[in-house]
Write a protein that binds this ligand. Structure first.
Ligand SMILES: [Zn+2]
Length: 325
């Protein structure tokens, strides 16, 4: 019996060692990244460009966020950009365009070399690292890629998507930590003479200017929903566009000589604040925590492209957690 047991043990050992040996011998080469297996079509001023997600993301990241914002903010931004590219849907002839006002900004290599000079290689290495370390990660809500909106900065709170576009359950107003020390130009001013204000808005009034601004009606996030000026009503977005204000978070007052818009933050205010992401990263939050804060109720998922003609539309998803601790 003892001999049989020893023999059995010996057999098991050699079998498992042989198994290990075989495993070592036949370890396959590392699988290419999900991003490098995902083709996409980017619409640029020079026409459509075919590339992979791995080619696209570092150059979009370069156009959308300063490299100095740090690894976790860059990773959060990379996930938001990947999610936008996967969601697509804005253009029939491509996945997304290179216009920051529509999809997301994107710069090509010559533009970045001209901008960065001898820092090009180091900067691109940092951006590629942010992309590679989040390979395949994107945000989902109800199993679908989200509209991962982002903006430069908010003062105190981000905006509800319903106040700008249509309401989405994960694009709701949340706190944002950036201060004037973190974000240059977080508070900006625009001065407009009474004559310019009247002409631009088409006002017809005989009242003195100090009586024109009757009411600024805030939305749920505290930004200007609408304003009543000399008896006419305007939305915050209309005034933002007409007077080139950096956001709809503003006050408007007559200072005795002119009208003064005092504006907080920069951008539409919906989704992730980039300066907020940098501030959170500086506090020690990782990219998953930053994304969970700005896109509440979403999950961070991993995709692996299928071998079909349109892999970005045919993805298998494995959920990973993005919840706050
Ligand atoms: Zn677009």
């Amino acid at each position: 019996m003892k001999y049989a047991a020893t023999l059995l043990l010996w057999c098991m050992l050699t079998a498992s060692l042989a198994g290990l040996y075989r495993l070592d011998e036949s370890t396959p080469p590392e699988e290419p990244s999900a991003d490098s297996r995902t083709p996409l079509v980017l619409l640029t001023d020079d026409g459509p460009r075919a590339m992979t997600m791995a080619d696209y993301l570092p150059f979009a990241l370069a156009a959308e966020m300063p490299v100095s914002f740090g690894a976790e903010a860059l990773k959060a931004q990379a996930v938001a950009l990947r999610t936008l590219a996967l969601a697509g849907g804005k253009h029939p002839d491509g996945d997304l365009c290179a216009d920051s006002g529509c999809c997301a900004a994107w710069l090509d290599e010559p533009e970045l070399r001209a901008r960065w000079g001898e820092d090009y290689e180091a900067n691109m290495a940092a951006l590629r690292a942010a992309v590679a370390s989040t390979d395949g990660q994107y945000l989902v809500y109800g199993g679908e890629p989200i509209q991962a909106a982002f903006h430069a900065s908010s003062r105190g709170y981000t905006e509800d998507s319903g106040a700008v576009w249509s309401p989405l359950p994960y694009l709701v107003s949340v706190s944002s930590p950036e201060t004037e020390q973190d974000a240059p130009g977080l508070v900006s001013t625009v001065t407009v003479t009474a004559e310019d204000l009247s002409r631009t808005l088409g006002l017809e009034t005989a009242d003195p200017p100090e009586e024109w601004v009757r009411q600024l009606v805030p939305d749920a996030a505290g930004r200007v929903d609408r304003a009543v000026i000399a008896g006419s009503e305007f939305t915050g977005s209309q005034l933002r566009g007409l007077f080139h204000l950096r956001s709809t978070a503003f006050t408007l007052a007559w200072d005795g000589e002119a009208f003064l818009f005092t504006v907080s933050g920069y951008g539409h205010g919906v989704g992730m604040s980039q300066y907020g992401a940098r501030a959170f990263a500086a506090m020690g939050m990782d990219h998953r925590q930053i994304l969970a804060h700005y896109y509440p109720g979403t999950e961070l998922a991993l995709y692996s492209p299928q071998t079909s003609a349109s892999p970005t539309k045919n993805i298998s998803t494995q959920a990973v957690t993005a919840s706050l601790p």
